[in-house]
Design a protein around this ligand. Structure first.
Ligand code: MN
Length: 164
């Protein structure tokens, strides 16, 4: 089933009330339906019930950290393929690898850039087929000119007459 990416269901796991409001308002402004979870111990059950197209999770969470939650999501047969975007306030060298290894496709640093946040969400919601349809720049009409500049070629081997 193809779901309109503008009408995605997004689960937001974040223990900070202001961030929850910021993220959910931002996502709603882009037409998304959100469900907020402040207690990460409830996140897996909420994800199972909500069936999100994307999970956005804070990394610094009490009880179950964002990294642990990603492991739980990746271990769930129904949720293992749902894209995950991590949000973290502390970014140290190696964090990118650690967060991606835990199962996130992308991560955004807090305080978030609204544009970067929205961009990353849309990128994760865009199916790969859509991205593939964005063809590279077509070759400009320089082929003939380039061919004309090629020095005379005395073809030593004519592929048409190569011996069997
Ligand atoms: Mn937090």
């Amino acid at each position: 089933m193809v779901r309109d990416k503008r009408l995605a269901r997004i689960l937001v796991v974040e223990d900070n009330a202001l961030n929850i409001k910021l993220f959910c308002d931002l996502l709603a402004a882009h037409g998304h339906e959100t469900e907020a979870v402040t207690d990460s111990r409830e996140a897996l059950a909420s994800a199972r019930a909500f069936g999100p197209d994307l999970v956005i999770t804070d990394i610094q969470l009490p009880h179950i950290t964002g990294l642990e939650l990603m492991g739980l999501l990746r271990g769930d047969p129904d949720l293992k393929d749902v894209p995950i975007m991590a949000v973290t306030a502390y970014s140290a060298p190696g964090d990118d690898e650690r967060i991606r290894a835990a199962g996130a496709q992308a991560y955004v640093s807090k305080p978030i850039s609204v544009a970067k946040f929205a961009q990353t969400v849309e990128a994760l919601l865009t199916p790969a087929e859509d991205a593939a349809q964005q063809e590279p720049e077509p070759e400009s009409g320089t082929g003939a000119a380039a061919g004309a500049q090629t020095p005379g070629t005395d073809a030593q081997a004519d592929p048409g007459s190569s011996p069997g």
